[in-house]
Design a protein around this ligand. Structure first.
Ligand SMILES: O=C(O)CCC(=O)C(=O)O
Ligand SMILES: [Fe+2]
Length: 366
């Protein structure tokens, strides 16, 4: 539940200097109130959501009366048999509400947590720990990541350590009880904490965040065939006639309760006429679609689990970001999704996705 007390915006006079994108981000981002710590549920500043476009309502009213709100139109595409909406002012942006079924959402949440962070795919933890295998399973079984001291080739084999790889960091998961002898020389960290702090994993061609380009020389696997199929199928409305989308890389973003993704452009791919196919899973979020300048007023819209957006052509030049995810039961809009994880063995998925959002965005690089 949202509380009613608010913190006053300390930076009000500075606001005039900020860009329209920053001002809108500020409007929607999560602010904790300065409520006493003893309050059971920490209150949040109430956000005015009346200006946020809800494409599920747009779709419902379109079904009922065949009309769309001003500035939005239904995109007609003969080779695509589900509703797609566009903005008159943002050519190249496509919104496909409820594109994935519940079963498909469950599948991609499992894959995002189990398979996608597996080496050779890199994650935000690779830099610190080297390649780590079985993160989700380790978190589920309360394991701890421990620095491997042994140099035996057997350990190398188990850890998948490649002697030709200059990154010689080697960590592996261990039963908690195995490290209780308190040997100070061993660095260790709980798998559950690493899972909570998982921010991204990269599939296919690996993206190098420090150089902001695709590191083609890094070892990588092809994007899984089933993900390629979904991306090709969903990309159709945004593809030039007769051409097929060729998925080569994907970034998986993992959002915790107070995470946001600041305004940015994705400009490292060669051909901007090809779309980015962006899949939302888990908690509801607000997506901001700006213009070509940070000064252009962004359009705010909700993204729910199963929604897909495409950004191609001119929309590739538009700033965009995710200022907010909703993890409170009133706004998260994930009751149906959570009910899909009701078996005991699915508890760990349920606990994770109850307060998280996952975004898989798939790209054609060349
Ligand atoms: O999380 C989202 O919906 C957008 C992600 C995004 O823009 C990106 O990863 O470049
Ligand atoms: Fe992006």
């Amino acid at each position: 539940m949202y509380g009613t007390s608010e913190i006053v915006d300390a930076a009000a006079p500075v606001d005039a200097e900020r860009t329209a994108f920053r001002r809108t981000e500020k409007l929607y981002k999560l602010y904790k109130t300065q409520a006493p710590k003893s309050w059971k549920n920490q209150a949040h500043r109430k956000t005015d959501l009346s200006g946020v476009i809800d494409f599920h309502s747009v779709l419902e009213s379109f079904k009922q009366c065949g009309a769309t709100p001003a500035g939005i139109f239904k995109y007609e595409c003969r080779s695509f048999n589900r509703p797609v909406f566009c903005f008159e002012e943002r050519p190249g942006f496509y919104f496909i509400p409820g594109a994935l079924t519940d079963d498909e959402q469950v599948h991609w949440i499992r894959e995002s947590l189990i398979s996608f962070p597996q080496p050779p795919n890199r994650t935000n933890h690779t830099e610190a720990y080297g390649p780590i295998f079985g993160l989700f399973d380790a978190a589920q079984n309360n394991k701890v990541l421990v620095e491997a001291k042994s140099t035996s080739s057997e350990v190398d084999r188990i850890l998948g350590y490649d002697k030709t790889n200059l990154n010689s960091k080697r960590f592996s998961f261990s039963e908690y009880c195995m490290i209780t002898n308190n040997d100070e020389s061993y660095k260790s960290v709980a798998a559950s904490l690493l899972l909570r702090k998982l921010r991204w994993s990269t599939l296919g061609l690996q993206f190098d965040w420090s150089k902001r380009n695709y590191a083609v020389s890094l070892p990588h696997k092809r994007i899984p065939d089933d993900l390629c199929l979904v991306a090709k199928k969903m990309a159709v409305p945004a593809m030039p006639n007769g051409e097929e989308f060729q998925p080569e890389a994907a970034i998986v973003n993992y959002f915790g309760p107070s995470d946001m993704l600041g305004g940015h452009l994705d400009d490292m791919e060669k051909d901007w006429s090809k779309p980015i196919v962006s899949i939302s899973l888990g908690c509801k979020a607000i997506f901001l679609l700006g213009g070509k300048s940070r000064e252009d007023m962004p359009i705010a819209m909700f993204l729910r689990s199963g929604d897909i957006v495409l950004m191609a052509g001119e929309a590739r030049e538009c700033f965009h970001g995710v200022p907010r995810i909703f993890t409170d039961s009133e706004h998260a809009d994930n009751v149906d999704l959570l009910s899909q994880f009701s078996n005991e063995e699915d508890l760990c998925f349920r606990e994770y996705i109850k307060t998280s959002r996952i975004n898989i965005n798939i790209r054609q690089v060349n």
